[in-house]
Each structure stands twice: as C-alpha cells, then as structure tokens.
Design a protein around this ligand. Structure first.
Ligand code: LFR
Length: 478
C-alpha cells in the first residue's frame, strides 16, 4: 500500500485528501476540509491565500505519513513575488471586476480571431492574459519579478522551488496548444514579459521536497516529495473520468462550474469553434481539453446564499416537483459571473426573454437545473460537431454528481446515458498522477479503468424524447 496526499482547492472550500493504492484497490479519505472565503477589500475581491496555506498545512498534519503530495486548484489566478521572493499582495479573484472592458483593448493589438488561432482559448474576461492587461500599469506588476499560478505558489511555499505547471499555464492564454509551449509572439506583442514565469513543468515531474520548516510544522518525517500533477483542477478531474478502454465519451466536470466537452489529441482552432466559444486547454500527456465553461452550480450556490442557506436536499426535492422547462436562462452567459443578487438576476433574465418568471426558491432552483441541463446538451452536441467526434456516453464527475436531478436532466437533455461519479474526481486525478509517477499505475487508460473498477458510479438512462429540449433551446436562442 502507498499513500498520496491530494491538495484540492475549490472556489468555496479546500481539502486535503489521502488516496491509498494497492495492487487493485484505490480508496480516498478526507484528512481535512477548510473554507475558502474570498474577501472584498477596498481594492476589490481577493483570495485569502494565507488562510488557504494554513489549511494545507493543517491538512498535511492530519494526513500523517504520505509517499508524496500534489496540489491542484482553480485556474487563471496568480500571486506576484518581488525580487526577495516575497508575495506582493493578495491574489486577485477571477470574479473581480478589474477586467471589465479590457478585452477590447487587447484585441486592438492582437485581434480576437488571431488570439484564438494562436492560443485556442475561449474568451473569458478572467483569462490571465486579460488580468495582466488590466494590471498593466499597477505598481505591483512593475515590482514583480515572478508570477506563480495558485498551485505553483503553494508548491513554492512548501518546497522553495518555483515552476509553472503546464495544464494550468494553458489557461493563461499565453500557451500555444499546438506546441504546448509559450506563445512567444502573443506575449511579446502584448508586452507581457514571459521571464515572469518560472520554467514549465509537466504532470508527473518532481516539484521538490517539503522544506525542513514545513516538516517541523506538520510533524511529518522527511523526505516528502511534492509531485507535479495536473494542477488545474479540471485537468485532474478529466484525468479521473472513469471511462473504459475504447469508450467514446464526453465529460462534464461539475461543481462551481460545469466544464463540458471532449478529450482530444489536437486542438480545434477553427473560426466556427471560436464563434461557439470552445476552449482548448491542455490535459494530461499532451491531450487537449476541448470544452466550454458553463456557469454551473455557482448559480444555485449564490441563490442558496441569498436565501439564507436552506436545506439543499429539501430544496432539490421540491424542485423535482416543479413542472419542467417553464423558464430557462442562458447558463453560459458571463452576465452571471459576478457574485450577488442571483435570484433577482435570474428572474430578470427570464422576464427579458419573455418567459414565466420563477418566484419561489423551488421554481428558481428548477429553472437553474433545467438551464444547466440545456447548456450541457448544447455544449456536448456542439463539441461533437466541431471536433467531428461522436460520443455514446456522457461522464459526469465532480460535486454535481451528488445532484441526482441534475444528472437525470442532463441524460434527458442530451439523449445519452450519463455515468455519474466520482464526486472527488479532481483529488483522484491528482492522486493517480502521483501514483503513476511512482510506477504504481500504467497509462491514462489504466488509471481510468482502475477508477471504473473501484469507484461507485451511478448510471442514468435518458427518459423520453429530446424534442422538448430542442424547443427550449430554440426559444432561448430567439
Ligand atoms: C473550475 C475552474 C475552471 C476555470 C475556472 C476559473 O474550478 O478551474 O476550469 O475556468 O475554475 O479558474
């Protein structure tokens, strides 16, 4: 038996999980979970990175002896270090408003279509590229000697070694998905100094040893190696899709976001793909995560927060009894990105579309789940068409697999069977990449087969015809 710690940081909580692997077993337990509470300061929305780091240290202490550890988190955000290696301010949250109106200025230098052809990244206001453009004349950036993405920053604090992990780097919009290297041309035209970034590392690469001070603080006995994993949580989650060998599958990584798409060998950089706002992020072993960002359960989380945190199971039970597809919103709309007032923003969107306005929490919840299922349907249909890769099954992984209604509605909307699970996909992908680097598992397909054999999964067959979803889709497009 070997044990690996997976640090997995999500937008609302962080966790340290321990995966134990035997010859044909894989079991995952939670050592520690801690809240991730962004803070609105006079400067804007910031991540409380020190409290996250403290949570990681607490988690390592609780985990006890492990053979290695790996870190993944949400993408795009970063910390800046000065010449002494000290952090310059709290990392800015990707939902902060500073990137409003910045894209147009970037496109004046590198037109949007050219940017897509070179980086393959969908337009999202929070891509690191736009964040850097927004910070262009800030004192902090002027002073910065190094930029570390969030998992790389924590790895640096734990080991003293700086690197830039590739799957997460691919979300900066500064990577060329064809060469899997920096897009030197885009960076230089936009005046972004690539020397800010530490050298690229790939999943499986060693990332250093825990520093003596960290060992002392966590009570661990060294040496404890840190292994580079797919440090973008979505890359780790896709690595843990429990597909069987040869299966033609699409995936949806659910949680705060829904990331719906395909695993490809090469990017799709066509104009049609750009118009459909599909992204080509990098995955394990040079694969391409061809997917679309959908607002995801964020819509519901924000409503639940506004309603004073009612019991979720009761709410979902009531939502199941609300008539289906009365009103839907475009769950891909960036208008839902910022926090706050979510129930009334959803009601406004329905009103503007000339649809019945959902009023009770159950009605709004149903509207959100129908809208997500509809957005899943669209993304998966369009991904297949744009990449010319038909699929037979949709795998749902991540926190949303606990929401049976969402899984069933997604099966219904797609007209395809859905296999749901595992819920802790990012942590499992993180663990398995460490185990693979340690020689304990074979290739990507073998990792997935191990998951399919060992993790509880639930299958949802599509009910009825997809015609009603087609009608809803057309109504929304009008
Ligand atoms: C999911 C995720 C998405 C990314 C978004 C912002 O947790 O990593 O893949 O687009 O967060 O970083």
């Amino acid at each position: 038996m070997k044990s690996y710690a997976a640090v997995d940081l999500g937008a609302s909580s962080g966790r340290v999980m321990v995966g134990r692997l035997g010859p044909d077993s894989l079991d995952l337990t939670e050592a520690h979970r801690f809240p991730n509470r962004p803070v609105r300061t006079p400067e804007g929305l910031r991540w409380d990175i020190l409290s996250l780091y403290a949570g990681v240290l607490d988690g390592l202490r609780a985990a006890g002896h492990v053979d290695s550890l790996g870190i993944d988190s949400w993408a795009v955000d970063y910390g800046l270090l000065d010449a002494d290696g000290a952090l310059l301010g709290n990392p800015v949250h990707y939902r902060d408003a500073r990137t409003e109106g910045v894209a147009e200025k970037v496109w004046a230098t590198v037109p949007a279509d050219e940017l897509y052809a070179r980086t393959g990244l969908q337009y999202a206001p929070f891509n690191t590229l736009y964040q850097l453009a927004a910070a262009r004349s800030s004192a902090q950036l002027a002073q910065a000697e190094r930029l570390l993405l969030i998992p790389d920053l924590l790895t640096y604090w734990l080991t003293g070694e700086a690197g830039t992990e590739l799957t997460n780097a691919s979300t900066t919009q500064l990577i060329d998905p064809r060469t899997r290297d920096w897009s030197y041309d885009v960076a230089s035209r936009l005046g972004i100094d690539l020397k800010l970034f530490a050298p690229l590392r790939r999943p499986g690469d060693p990332a250093g040893l825990l520093r003596p001070e960290v060992l002392e603080e966590t009570g661990l006995t060294g040496p404890v190696p840190v292994t580079t994993v797919g440090s973008h949580d979505t890359a780790s989650a896709v690595a843990a899709v429990p597909a069987t060998r040869g299966e033609r599958f699409a995936y949806i990584c659910t949680g705060t976001w829904s990331l719906a798409g395909l695993e490809l060998d090469a990017p799709v950089l066509t104009e049609a793909s750009r118009a459909a706002n599909f992204t080509n992020e990098l995955g394990l072993d040079g694969t391409v995560r061809y997917l679309r960002n959908i607002m995801g359960l964020w819509l519901l989380q924000e409503c639940v927060r506004a309603w004073g945190n009612p019991d979720l199971a009761t709410l979902l039970g009531e939502a199941a009894d609300v008539p289906p597809l009365r009103s839907v919103v475009d769950a891909g709309d960036a208008a839902f990105l910022a926090p706050g007032r979510m129930p009334s923003r959803i009601a406004d969107a329905c009103r503007d579309a000339g649809l019945p306005v959902p009023e009770s929490p159950a009605e709004i919840t149903r509207c959100i789940l129908d809208s997500l299922a509809l957005a899943h349907r669209r993304a998966i249909a369009e991904a297949q068409a744009l990449a010319d890769r038909p699929v037979d099954v949709v795998h749902i992984v991540g926190g949303g697999t606990r929401n049976a209604l969402l899984c069933q509605l997604t099966a219904d909307a797609c007209g395809l069977p859905v296999v749901a699970g595992p819920p802790e996909a990012a942590a499992l992908g993180n663990v398995l990449v460490q185990a693979r680097a340690d020689g304990l598992v074979g290739d990507r397909a073998a990792m997935r087969e191990l998951l399919a054999r060992t993790q509880p999964l639930t299958r949802y067959e599509p009910r009825g015809t997809t015609a009603v979803w087609q009608v809803a889709e057309e109504r929304l497009a009008r």
